[in-house]
Design a protein around this ligand. Structure first.
Ligand code: ASP
Length: 449
């Protein structure tokens, strides 16, 4: 059995849905289908979820929403048109949209969740109707009936562990179940959505609950590339990658899947494959717990901008018990996360996302460190990018760091920081953001043809 999740671009138009139907029909193992709301049909189009967001804004401002719900309804009728499904499916969608007018806008923490979730909910009803019109035994499955229970954190829900056992009970369903992604229900019966892009999480939860053999995540790319196609001309696509490698890559800007989406399938040891709805015969990228083929030491080169680094040096730092603890306590006091902390005998660097700071906060933070730690040198570097070379195979191969630094040196790229995690799955370089593109390119061509 497989769970097949289809993203918004795969369900944006009748033409796309036709491809989705063909994909479901072509493999009887695709018994569980998780859907997003209809996405963009072209780059200047609007996602249904964004139109629903506009509905919420207007509701809160006590403004008219008729034109918006008509526009949303038109998206569903356009998808349904060529399939000749029964009108009752569309009438239900209209009724659910019209019901927004009656939602309380005051003291209603779930207003946004209720409205936004309707994007996937109505789409799941529609796709179930379309599959039935094709003679497939399919039915819409509400997440509450399925047992997908979440925490009561509006627009940022997390799964409750008891959901998995409830979902498992649907394993032998005789029908193909079409499940809306992106939301679950609280124990009190309220709708709560995950963060944006969260249908990926729903797919992973359903796959983990049902213990399926594969979670197929259908999107609009042929899988994951080994470098950003905007930086490297025609980068190779990755055939197989481990969860650990994927984490390292996604940290540095690979955004094919929602960040949290891998958690449930990782814990349940279920492989995930990223596939292209527009090119379903392409094998895509398989994400597994372990991969055997480690011939190629490096699997990808990723990067992300928006970091800064605090450098602290103090003579005989290594003799002061609790030194790092004191620094980190200051970070906690300021409610700041750090990402890396490479250290030497007398110095440490703390690398963090710049968007957590503003000039006032930065000054206060540095003043506090200066006062409490009394360092010999204290310095802040802005505008850093992190470039990461990732691959399980590098553990068994000598010289990956040497090859990387030599390649960067040849391009005159100055390294502000080097960090290799103890798992030896990645090497990270902190460089000035102007040199990010060049660094990715030179590292890519060092390890790929
Ligand atoms: N429709 C939601 C969004 O646009 C969730 C998703 O598509 O995964 O964020």
């Amino acid at each position: 059995m497989k769970v097949a999740k289809f993203g918004g671009s795969s369900l944006a138009s009748a033409e796309q849905v036709e491809k989705v139907v063909a994909i479901i029909e072509s493999d009887p193992k695709r018994r569980f289908v998780v859907v997003s709301a209809p996405g963009k049909r072209s780059s200047d189009d609007q996602k249904v979820t964004d139109l629903l967001l506009a509905v919420c804004t207007r509701l809160c401002a006590q403004e008219e929403i008729t034109d918006l719900i008509e526009e949303i309804y038109a998206r569903y009728t356009a998808i349904a048109a060529p399939f000749g499904i029964e009108q009752v499916h569309l009438d239900r969608i209209w009724q659910s949209l019209a019901a927004f007018q009656t939602l309380p806008t005051q003291d209603n923490p779930h207003l946004y969740d209720t409205v936004l979730a309707s994007g996937e909910d109505n789409n799941a009803k529609l796709i179930a109707g379309i599959l039935q019109s094709r003679g497939l035994a399919a039915r819409y499955m509400n997440p509450q009936e399925l047992g997908l229970l979440v925490t009561d954190e509006p627009q940022n829900a997390r799964i409750l562990n008891k959901s998995y056992a409830k979902i498992a009970q649907w394993r032998d369903s005789p029908e193909i179940l079409v499940i809306p992604g992106f939301f679950g229900y609280t124990e009190a019966g309220e709708i709560c959505t995950f963060s944006r892009g969260g249908s990926d999480i729903s797919g992973a939860i359903v796959a983990a609950g049902l213990q399926v053999e594969l979670y197929e995540n259908f999107t609009d790319v042929d899988g994951i590339f080994s470098a950003h196609p905007g930086y490297v001309h025609h980068p190779e696509s990755i055939k197989e990658v481990t969860y650990r490698e994927m984490r390292e890559l996604s940290y540095a800007g690979f955004t094919v899947l929602h960040d949290e989406a891998l958690m449930p399938s990782y814990h349940a040891k279920i492989p995930v494959v990223i596939k292209n709805t527009n090119n379903p015969s392409h094998p895509g990228t398989l994400i597994t717990n372990q991969r055997d083929n480690l011939d190629q030491p490096v699997i990808g080169v990723a990067s992300d901008e928006g970091f800064c680094m605090i450098y602290i040096r103090k003579y005989l730092m290594n003799r002061e018990v609790g030194f790092t603890l004191r620094v980190l306590e200051i970070f906690r006091e300021f409610d700041l996360n750090y990402e890396h902390m490479p250290s030497g005998i007398d110095d440490i660097s703390i690398i963090m996302r710049s968007n957590q700071l503003n000039p006032v906060l930065e000054e206060e933070l540095l003043r506090k460190i200066a006062y409490e730690i009394d360092p010999d040198e204290l310095r802040m570097t802005h505008d850093l990018s992190m470039v990461v070379v990732v691959g399980e195979g590098m553990r068994q191969r000598v010289g990956i760091t040497a090859d990387s630094t030599a390649a960067l040196a040849r391009k005159n790229i100055n390294l502000e920081m080097i960090n290799q995690g103890s798992s030896e799955v990645s090497i990270m370089f902190g460089i000035h953001k102007e040199q990010e593109k060049a660094a990715v390119r030179t590292l890519y061509y060092t390890f790929f043809d």
